[in-house]
Design a protein around this ligand. Sequence first.
Ligand code: FES
Length: 259
Amino acid sequence: MLDITAKVIENRLLSEKGRIYSLTLDSPELSKDCLPGQFYEIKVGGLDSRFLLRRPFSVAFCDDKTVTIRYNVVGAGTEWMSGITPGQMLDVLGPLGRGWPVDKTKKTLLVGGSTGIFSVLGAASHLGDKSRAVLGFRSCDLVNSVEDFKAFGVPVSIITEDGSSGRKGLVTELVKEELDKNEYDTVFICGSTLMMKSVAELLKDYDVDCYVSIEERMACGVGACMGCVVKIKADNEQGWEYKRACAEGPVFNAAEVIW
Ligand code: FES
């Protein structure tokens, strides 16, 4: 894990209405050991003392020299980020956490909802055509990154709640259709808690391994504050224990999560 200052080479608007951005850092050091599903903690706000805590961002993809994260503007921190210009330096900690158990010998279904698609995009960059993605959004304004999945060789199906792009409905419908083909060994899911819980529940009827990335609010990002704990099944008297999403996760075996 590194704590370094990295230069921004791009901060591109992907969706105007959704206020979704793609930010790329020029940093061979940060990209060197980066695995899909891991995340970086970025110090936002520069010298502005209102921003005490770093913000966590899933890696969308890396190459030998760069790291790309994606984010949507949801508060003062990400509002500040939206104003970053190429050449600006950012204080970045990472890569952090445990990522997806990517295995190219296994056919993998990638399930993403809303900004959860960024984490599964990281898995897509490694799996290519050994995977397929089903992506759910509220409406067409929020649809983004689809061309990036395709550029990695991953077929994509889209579903929106209002039917304004792709099919109308919920992502669970597409997941069920894909699983009924009996082609998949593994499913990776990242999205809202409700969506992940629904898909994980559905998967109990299928013989597939299922992993979820739990994007809890994170303060320290390095396992020190216990602010990101998740209830995980355990072989103890009470039957469960807390695990830290930032350190033991954010990817967990869905069968072990107590929702
Ligand atoms: Fe502090 Fe996870 S964010 S322990």
